[in-house]
Design a protein around this ligand. Structure first.
Ligand code: SF4
Ligand code: SF4
Length: 549
């Protein structure tokens, strides 16, 4: 076996990628990512102990979050950049050890001598690092600890990766909470223990969901403080004549900087994928050259980017192997990386702008077509009275939250079919890239309330939770008693942590698809079914019948 990875939904044969990632990740890259997780566990062993003594160092905090985020599916495919990260990890580990030893000295305690990941020393070259990665691969833990414990360790690890992605976006916009970092260290330190129990790991995973709610709240504050609250905004989804840059991913700060740098340069900017919700923010849509949205979800990018007549900027994340035809005019920034693709590390987007000016651009306007985005919690709350009245008068029978991460599997047509079969007296809330399965369809409205409400990116699950809690308060019931059903698609580790957040909140009866995670063993699945009645999707007709019965 050259590698072992089963962290995402498209894992080979539904069990694990062992030769090369279905995502395009090489065995070398996968193994270096495993080693990076090992290294951040070592950092965390010290940082956790220092945090317990009241000390932290922001350099360590930010590095651990970025390292975790770098190992999420479709973020960093570049062995050279991972090599650099690993060397930096050893330096940061030394900083964490010094911090801990200082904390002990101040507290008059003697420092523990730590081994395992805390004592890791990077090999001299890339081949040596890959061998070190092979020595600690997940496959060994599956053999030694069994699928229940090793699978739960991975559930927690993937939850932490997802949490880290949101924490990273929030800290970029100035929102941090030391308690979040302290939890990450505690959890990663716990993952170095040789004999964890199922109960301990389930409980820590639900705490990961709890802390992620804090993180999504931080990110909501970060986004709305920087760019204002999203408001319902029509977005053009057909191109206009002119030079063009396409921006994909989730980083609003990168988009903002690009918009500033392209101001007056005669280049139009289009959003792609999870950047679509940017159009709802007043601080971003005030830029008139943010002209529209192009394409669909990430998994269609190889065809859509090949047809785009300008340059492309991938902010973190969800990049696929670029085709030769557009490799010269696609750029990465933030934590996303692909070997041979120009990376912009300082938000100086001049190369992206030059490439756009050199390209042909769109030669004519396409017929105008729009969709509406921007139904964040603030916008929905502002019409709460109308929504509540419509429910009380039975004009709205049920709410469906349909969304999550999207992927390439044919079974994902379920979500399109489900949305189309939702009866006319029901409202659909949606978020994340799963919405591209149906967001250009016309669902009409009920008493002026659109039947399709696009809440935003995957992290805007925070908004969905706020809306659900407000409805429960208005109807004086629990969220589980609302006429609300969640039909979620999952793909990578961000959806894992959002699921943990929903489970932490005690949300029951979630339908999950298109398949269940390979890292959740049958015994652990039974625990989740018993506690939360989580269930796999079946067919849209059967699921709708059961929900609306
Ligand atoms: S991230 Fe997904 S597709 Fe990529 S190697 Fe891991 S399991 Fe396979
Ligand atoms: S929601 Fe998930 S799958 Fe979709 S673009 Fe974002 S990270 Fe990728």
């Amino acid at each position: 076996m050259d590698m072992f990875c089963f962290q995402c939904e498209q894992t080979a044969r539904g069990t694990g990628c062992t030769v090369q990632g279905v995502c395009g990740k090489s065995a070398q890259t996968a193994t270096l990512q495993d080693l990076l997780i090992h290294a951040v566990k070592g950092i965390s062993m010290y940082a956790h102990r220092a945090a317990q003594l009241g000390d932290r160092d922001r350099q360590i905090d930010v590095f651990v979050i970025e390292a975790l985020f770098s190992t999420i599916t479709n973020v960093n495919f570049d062995p050279e950049r991972l090599h650099t990260l690993l060397l930096r990890a050893a330096e940061v580990r030394d900083l964490a050890r010094a911090l801990y030893e200082d904390s002990c000295a101040k507290a008059g305690e003697s420092a523990e001598q730590l081994d395992g990941p805390a004592a890791w020393q990077p090999a001299d070259d890339l081949a040596g690092l890959v061998q070190q990665g092979r020595d600690i691969t997940i496959a060994h833990r599956l053999d030694s600890l069994g699928p229940d414990i090793a699978g739960l360790q991975e559930l927690l690890t993937y939850g932490l990766k997802g949490l880290a992605s949101y924490a990273d976006h929030a800290q970029i916009l100035g929102q941090e909470d030391p308690a979040v970092y302290a939890f990450v260290y505690e959890a990663l330190d716990f993952l170095t223990r040789p004999d964890p129990t199922v109960d301990e790991l389930v409980s820590l995973s639900l705490r990961c969901g709890q802390v992620n709610l804090t993180v999504m709240g931080l990110l909501d504050t970060a986004n709305t403080t920087a760019y204002g609250h999203p408001t319902p905004t029509p977005v053009r989804v057909s191109p206009v004549k002119g030079k063009a840059i396409l921006v994909s991913g989730h980083d609003l700060k990168d988009l903002e900087e690009l918009l500033k740098q392209t101001d007056g340069k005669g280049v139009n900017v289009y959003t792609h994928g999870e950047m679509l919700p940017a159009h709802g923010y007043p601080g971003l849509n005030k830029h008139k050259h943010l002209v529209g949205n192009y394409g669909g979800a990430w998994q269609d990018q190889r065809k859509e980017f090949a047809d785009f007549p300008g340059s492309i900027l991938m902010t973190t994340n969800c990049i696929q192997k670029p085709q030769d035809g557009y490799k010269a005019h696609i750029f990465t920034c933030g934590l996303v990386a692909w070997p041979g693709v120009t990376h912009i590390s300082d938000r100086d987007f001049s190369p992206v702008i030059r490439a756009a000016l050199d390209a042909e651009g769109f030669t004519e306007d396409s017929p105008e077509q729009t969709i509406t985005v921007g139904f964040g919690h603030n916008a929905v709350m502002s019409v709460a009275d109308k929504v509540i009245a419509a429910v009380k008068s039975r004009k709205i029978r049920h709410f469906f939250l349909i969304g999550g991460c999207d992927g390439a599997k044919p079974g994902r047509n379920y979500y399109t079919d489900f949305a189309q079969q939702v009866p006319d007296d029901c409202v659909i809330l949606t978020l994340a890239c799963g919405k591209y399965r149906f967001n250009k369809l016309d669902f009409g409205s009920i008493d002026g309330i659109p039947r399709l409400l696009d809440i935003g990116q995957c992290n805007d699950a925070f908004s969905a939770i706020q809306i659900a809690v407000a409805l429960a308060k208005a109807f004086e019931c629990e969220v589980n008693d609302l006429p609300l059903s969640m039909v979620l698609s999952w793909y990578e580790q961000k959806s894992v942590v959002i699921l943990l957040t929903l489970l932490h909140l005690g949300i029951k009866n979630i339908r999950l698809g298109p398949s269940l995670p390979a890292f959740v063993s049958p015994a652990v699945l039974n625990v989740l079914v018993d506690k939360f009645n989580i269930m796999p999707i079946s067919t849209p007709a059967e699921d709708l019948k059961a929900i609306l019965a």
